[in-house]
Design a protein around this ligand. Structure first.
Ligand SMILES: Nc1ncnc2c1ncn2[C@@H]1O[C@H](COP(=O)(O)OP(=O)(O)OP(=O)(O)O)[C@@H](O)[C@H]1O
Ligand code: SF4
Ligand SMILES: [Mg+2]
Length: 337
């Protein structure tokens, strides 16, 4: 891939995105008079950065908090605590105009292209809607922009797709429309939430290749959410592994796959081997199944399933992420001290 060249939109900070001590708790149930007694700690003290032009993979089992992290970053959910900084500017500064400017810069592509597109709108209306909301261009200019984007996402000739409805498209075509809509305001940062996991296997690679190409052409950065390490390997320069609201390991992609250190990452690689004999397999499997983090105890979030836990792990708080090798961070007392 060609080297990333920052453009005038992205010069304020070394990072396009900084997430600091982010928390999102949801009410788990309500007691008398609607009082919330218990909370799901969906995202619990998560910190990471993404450089300009970089893709960070966010990987982990169902329910670990990937989508919630993405939704808080794109301001679809309000964080319980923590900081989100986009290209050097705190997200709270974008509240002044109701996040209008923020949503020009930051977009999200969702998992399910059947749910994310309004069935009563044509492809043109779906893609042009953000231009309407932001009052950009006249009708002719919007038609030109939509045609240009349809061409870019491989829905050609644009004239044969522009006036169709979502039910007249395949899953792969719908996801391409969703991608075109996400790009129409020229964003610098995109959260892609498992954009290929609901598509037929036969069209997944095409959509992934498209996302790689668009990232390069438009100088974008991605937070790429997936439960599939092979997809993360293809799409991302670095990977963060998440377990029940916590990032437990973060490293460059090849380093993480060749040298997984956290027992959960090892187990993930055993369960879903990356198709390459160089990568480690055959490590011990983990016990039990993933639970819901409702008022979790302060100890290590992985304790209940950890094959190498010790007495110390039961007594101490969840371990901090520590750098165990250059740019390789792990949260585990047994391997990082
Ligand atoms: N609106 C909500 N209200 C209450 N709990 C929620 C809400 N949204 C998510 N949760 C809970 O937060 C936790 C994290 O959910 P999230 O959807 O972020 O996980 P995920 O990693 O994206 O999972 P998947 O791989 O299944 O998409 C789960 O326990 C989920 O049940
Ligand atoms: S801190 Fe202890 S319980 Fe947690 S992952 Fe490490 S060994 Fe396992
Ligand atoms: Mg999800």
């Amino acid at each position: 891939m060609s080297e990333y060249v920052p453009d005038e939109r992205t010069v304020k900070s070394e990072y396009i995105l900084e997430v600091k001590n982010l928390k999102k708790y949801f009410p788990a149930d309500r007691g008398l008079f609607g009082r919330v007694k218990h909370f799901v700690h969906a995202v619990d003290d998560v910190t990471f950065e993404i450089k300009h032009g970089e893709s960070l993979g966010l990987v982990g089992e169902s329910g670990c908090g990937k989508t919630t992290t993405g939704k808080v970053i794109v301001a679809l959910e309000v964080p319980t605590d923590g900081e989100i900084i986009l290209d050097g500017i705190g997200i709270e500064e974008y509240a002044v105009d109701g996040f209008k400017e923020y949503h020009r810069k930051v977009q999200m592509i969702f998992q399910d292209p059947y749910e994310s597109l309004n069935p009563r709108m044509t492809v043109f209306d779906i893609i042009a809607e953000p231009l309407n909301i932001h009052g950009i261009g006249n009708l002719k200019e919007r038609e030109e922009k939509v045609a240009e984007l349809l061409q870019e996402v491989g829905l050609t000739p644009p004239s044969s797709f522009m006036w169709r409805y979502p039910h007249e498209l395949s899953g792969g075509q719908r996801q391409r429309v969703a991608i075109a809509r996400a790009l129409v305001l020229n964003p610098t940062f995109v959260v892609a939430d498992e954009p290929t996991s609901m598509l037929d296997v036969s069209v997944r690679t095409g959509v992934m290749e498209l996302m790689m190409k668009l990232r390069e052409i438009h100088n974008m950065s991605y937070l790429y959410i997936t439960h599939d390490l092979a997809v993360a390997r293809y799409m991302c320069e670095r990977i963060a592994v998440m377990y029940l609201g916590k990032i437990v390991e973060l490293a460059e992609t090849e380093e993480l796959l060749k040298n997984p250190i956290h027992p959960y990452t090892k187990a993930l690689l055993t369960a879903v081997p990356v198709p390459d004999p160089e990568y480690k397999k055959g490590e011990p499997d983990i016990m039990g199944s993933v639970s819901k983090p409702v008022d979790p105890p302060p100890r290590c979030r992985f304790y209940d399933r950890c094959p190498i836990r010790t007495e110390r792990c039961a007594k101490e708080d969840h371990p901090p992420l520590k750098e165990v090798a250059p740019d390789h961070f792990v949260s585990c007392y047994e391997v990082s001290e």
